[in-house]
Ligand binder design. Structure first.
Ligand code: AMP
Length: 292
């Protein structure tokens, strides 16, 4: 496994390994502190492409001023070991100086899709995501890029960016990997106290219950959201940031009175919930057929 820390190194290795772009490249962008969710993406990238590339970069431009940039967990040694085990060929581990040698004056703003959910709670977050993902796509020129549906809004935003800017790459959404009790794996789970970790299972539990509620004949979007919020509220320390039901991938809101068993397009039930200073997100995609 090659570890490239500079853009020059990365380009040289990729050019040689891909034989000048003739062999397929699968790419997994991450912020590190890797877990089984990331591993599932890495294995998929290696299974479906000749060359698998991982990037580990805690991207400052996607963090707000009062967010956890400085304390974001890091463990380079463990990340490299897991990447190697998953068959990654090249790890790109740039410094902030490599990616942003001078302040960027160019923005990639995907309008509309970024107004809601995490975009509303974290202003400019998706501008930072668009910028770094755009830069990485140009450097790596991947044939396929693997993203987790845990960040469903991110998948919708990046797909829109790829379509709008004609990036020559296919976005591959991958399922959310969970702990045995249902909690979605996240690098940020390490922040949770034992008490909050126990309560955090309420996110996946409420999504699971909603799957049944959504099929009730008289269930409306409005009452579904009320029930889900009430369920989350049963965890004593849960503070809801948002719980929303939106069409996917357009992220347009459903009419409050819309009957959920009559949905004609996929709907995303998405939530962000805080336990102390830790903000967790989770979601479920409901298909009109009733499948998930
Ligand atoms: P992050 O390092 O948190 O920026 O995530 C990097 C990639 O891993 C993103 O595409 C995430 O959606 C994906 N990811 C994070 N957690 C999970 C998970 N539990 N299951 C599947 N993919 C995940």
């Amino acid at each position: 496994m090659i570890v490239a820390r500079t853009i020059t190194d990365l380009k040289e290795h990729l050019y040689a390994l891909s034989e000048g772009g003739r062999r397929s490249i699968g790419f997994v962008p991450t912020m590190g502190y890797l877990h089984e969710g990331h591993a599932s993406l890495m294995r998929e990238a290696k299974a479906k492409n000749v060359i698998a590339v991982l990037s580990v970069f805690v991207n400052p431009t996607q963090f707000g001023p009062n967010e956890d940039l400085d304390r974001y967990p890091r463990d380079e040694e463990r990340d490299l070991k897991l990447a190697d085990e998953c068959g990654i060929d090249v790890v790109f581990l740039p410094t902030v100086q490599q990616m942003y040698p001078k302040p960027s004056k160019t923005s990639i703003i995907v309008s509309g899709l970024t107004d809601r959910l995490c975009g509303a709670s974290r202003p400019r977050h998706f501008d930072g995501v668009g910028l770094i993902v755009g830069k990485l796509f140009h450097l790596i020129k991947p044939d396929r890029v693997y993203f987790g549906m845990k960040d469903a809004q991110q998948v919708a935003v990046i797909q829109q960016m790829v379509d709008d800017l004609n990036f020559d790459t296919v976005i591959v959404p991958c399922p959310t990997v969970r702990e045995p009790d249902g909690l979605a794996l996240s690098s940020r789970n390490v922040y949770l106290s034992a008490e909050h970790r126990a309560q955090a299972v309420i996110l996946s539990q409420s999504l699971e219950q909603a799957r049944g509620w959504i099929q009730e004949e008289t269930m409306t979007a409005g009452s579904l959201l009320s029930r889900v919020k009430e369920r989350i509220g049963s965890a004593p320390d849960a503070v809801i940031d948002y719980v929303e039901l939106l069409r996917y991938p357009s992220l347009e809101p459903l009419d409050e009175q819309e009957l959920t068993h009559k949905l004609e397009s996929p709907a995303l039930l998405a939530m962000a919930v805080k336990f102390g200073t830790t903000r967790l997100i989770d979601n479920s995609l409901y298909h009109p057929s009733g499948g998930v």
